[in-house]
Design a protein. Structure first.
Length: 251
């Protein structure tokens, strides 16, 4: 099989997943965007968390051009990203009980804020505990996960529950278990994951919805501009100054 044919098949698969979540998750996307707009309008703060590769989608909505300046990354040391050495340590930390609660209680998050938790499988202790603890503290939780994992895998949390069981709103990425779109006879393992593409698109759709909802209420959405366009840095300085008490990724 030619490499170009495989590339085309991956694009087709990814586009198919995007179309699926666009149509099937429309109500949840609208609800999540409205919740974020409500929180911004009420003076609340926004946080996003993901572990391992799920952190890529979380980072994609923090401090970026066209994004809401108020979205902050909730960092769990050794878990956000794959830069920890060895990389397998991050996966191991996702299964440690108690870690999420300590991190959340030490963070600026408080009752009335929103926490977006991204976990493809939603089965590990860390995201489940993060959602449970956040709701105990009075936060609203938006979960981004593949619900398919709840029927095809076992939970690794002591409660036997999954991320989706502890969320106010669930965005289902509809990624198949194993997160690989392609298989061919000459390659033993399935390959070409699409979860990052789909999850990032889901969250950007939510952010677009939130910006529109704020504008409809006569509230200027606190959006950042690119620092590489004329006037961008000045715009961002104004936004960050106005909302400085709700932005935690700068000193």
């Amino acid at each position: 099989m030619s490499e170009s044919k495989l590339a085309g098949q991956f694009f087709d698969a990814a586009i198919g997943r995007l179309q699926q979540v666009r149509d099937a998750d429309a109500g949840e996307i609208e609800a999540a965007g409205t919740l974020i707009a409500d929180t911004v309008a009420a003076g609340g703060r926004l946080f996003a968390f993901g572990a391992g590769h799920s952190s890529l989608a979380a980072q994609d909505v923090v401090y970026r051009a066209g994004g809401l300046a108020l979205m902050n990354l909730l960092v769990v040391p050794g878990v956000v990203g794959v830069d920890v050495m060895p990389a397998t340590l991050g996966s191991a930390l996702e299964r440690v009980d108690g870690l999420a609660t300590v991190v959340l209680e030490s963070s600026p998050a408080r009752s009335g804020d929103v926490l977006v938790i991204i976990s493809l499988s939603g089965r590990n202790a860390l995201p489940v505990e993060m959602a449970m603890s956040a709701r105990t503290l009075g936060l609203k939780v938006i979960g981004v996960t593949s619900v398919a994992y709840t029927t095809e895998t076992k939970s690794r949390h002591a409660s036997g529950t999954y991320l989706k069981d502890h969320c106010d709103i669930v965005l289902d990425s509809r990624i198949p278990v194993g997160d690989a779109e392609l298989t061919v006879d000459t390659i033993e393992a399935p390959f070409a994951p699409a979860s990052t593409v789909v999850t990032s698109a889901l969250l950007q759709a939510v952010m677009a919805t939130a910006a529109g909802a704020l504008a409809d209420r006569g509230i200027e959405p606190p959006l950042l501009r690119s620092g590489n366009v004329d006037g961008g840095p000045e715009w961002n300085t104004r936004v960050m100054t106005e909302y400085g008490d709700r932005i935690f990724y700068r000193h």
